[in-house]
Design a protein around this ligand. Structure first.
Ligand code: NAP
Length: 257
């Protein structure tokens, strides 16, 4: 079976909700001891309780991905409880909206810190433990927005998601000497708490622009992350995988009719 993670330890940032919650649940179901990272202890414990109710192993550790020390403490705690870290899913991210005219320097910094600098801090915090793994994997949640598409209000977000890919393409070379692979997933529109906050009009418009005529599920992203995490994906590194129901493909509205 592709994606047997029995005996592996997975740390997922931004797992208290949304895509991260989906990744955590898929990884735990594949047999991994799964660490749910986020700021909200209430949401995080709920995710852990759900995972444990299905007979799998998980624990919550509170950490803010913009704070390197809190990620280092989370990695050390993971080591103490589960004895190592094999797989890091650097998923936490935010997507606030601001037009070019409204966008302040601090809006830009918050998005870059939460979405990009966090990727560096997560890798740095886990690396000392992942170096010892026989199946070291880093999986980054980027987006189609930035690397492939654009959307008004998300200039800072698009920049951050493209920056993650630039980071992956060099970091994966540095990680290769430890036999750690690093790849990125580019989700399209996935139904999460964060996306629901965009409003029904946005969700309907997105759904209409997707050839498969449905928003993605968090499990769709979790399954792709599981593939990159698997032993079977050991020779894939520095790559990207778009999971969007075909959203980036239509050349015009006619192509969808
Ligand atoms: P979401 O539902 O809003 O969940 C965001 C998660 O990130 C939460 O668990 C939140 O946890 C965590 N988070 C945010 N800031 C954090 C911080 N400073 N420290 C620690 N955790 C933090 O968002 P989502 O839709 O699942 O998005 C997750 C990732 O997928 C993001 O990187 C996003 O860019 C990407 N993505 C999403 C979509 C989509 O359609 N949904 C599409 C493309 C890419 P706490 O609030 O508990 O801290």
């Amino acid at each position: 079976m592709i994606g047997d993670l029995n005996g592996k330890v997975v740390l997922v940032t931004g797992a208290t909700k949304g895509i991260g919650k989906g990744i955590a649940s898929v990884m735990a179901n594949a047999g991994a001891a799964t660490v749910v990272i986020g700021r909200s202890a209430i949401d995080g414990q709920k995710v852990v309780d759900e995972i444990k109710a299905s007979g799998c192993e998980a624990m919550f550790i509170a950490a803010d991905v913009t704070d390197k020390a809190s990620l280092e403490a989370a990695a050390a705690k993971t080591m103490e409880v589960y004895g190592g870290i094999d797989i890091l899913c650097a998923n936490a991210g935010i997507f606030p909206s601001a037009s070019l005219e409204e966008m302040r320097g601090e809006d830009f910094d918050l998005v870059m810190n939460t979405n990009v600098k966090s990727t560096l801090f997560s890798v740095q915090a886990c690396l000392p433990y992942m170096k010892k793994s026989a199946q070291g994997r880093v999986i980054v949640t980027s987006s189609i927005t930035g690397p492939i598409t654009g959307f008004p209000g998300w200039a800072h977000y698009g920049a951050s998601k493209s920056a993650q890919l630039g980071f992956v393409r060099t970091a994966c070379i540095e990680l290769a000497k430890y036999k750690i692979t690093m790849n990125a997933i580019l989700p399209g529109n996935i139904l999460t708490e964060g996306l629901i906050d965009m409003g029904q009009e946005y969700l309907d418009a997105m759904c209409a622009s997707i050839p498969l005529k449905a928003l993605g599920t968090v499990e769709d992203i979790g399954n792709a992350a599981l593939f990159f995490a698997s032993k079977e994906a050991q020779y894939i590194t520095g790559q990207t995988l778009v999971i969007d129901g075909g959203q980036v493909l239509p050349e015009s509205l006619d192509a969808l009719s």
